[in-house]
Ligand binder design. Sequence first.
Ligand code: ZN
Length: 222
Amino acid sequence: MMISPETAVERLTRPWSDVLSPDETGLDKYLPVDYPPLLDMLNDACRNSVGESGGGAGGDPATRSLLNLEAHQLREQIDGSVRAWVSRLGKGKCEPELSAAVVQLAGMLQAHHAAKSIPETEYARIRSFFGRWCEQVWKIYEPPTVKELVGQCPNPDCNASKYKDAAGDVGAALIAFYVRDSSAVTAKCRACSWEWRDGQLRLLGAWLGAEQDDEFLDAVGL
Ligand SMILES: [Zn+2]
């Protein structure tokens, strides 16, 4: 995620979208995905998993509470830096809510820069924080997943269950790509390029039946 500080502030505080490349999804096309603000994702990551048993995709309880701890520490760290810089750069009160405080800090920084009341190096240093926070939150959030599905392609002209890719590696013909908490779920046969999305996914799930990992099928709505 190499992005400008302005884009970083937007991604932290407002809904955003990204376009995933064929390499990232294993599908033949570019796929747009909508995400909530990164700071909302971070809040979610803080809330999830502690004391919660099962539910949702994602790992054993130990891994989940570790992620939760990481999320808490990251939020504390971002919150602490934002408030420290806001109080150092301005006289007014810091916004109580973190995402409002991030926007406030970005605004103050621009105002100081325009008035030439901040050293250039300090300006550059604080501006670089926004992009770093984006990366740190993103790392905690579960990345998009491509999973191989067990079973035969329902296309009667295909029936493939295995597929050899360009590199010569043999894997499952059927794959599903999904992003947690989004509607970006697509399944595809790599052999014949049939695709399933939305309502068709359930048909594919029924066709593949019990051979599949239930938790995964639930998570992607298959
Ligand atoms: Zn097929």
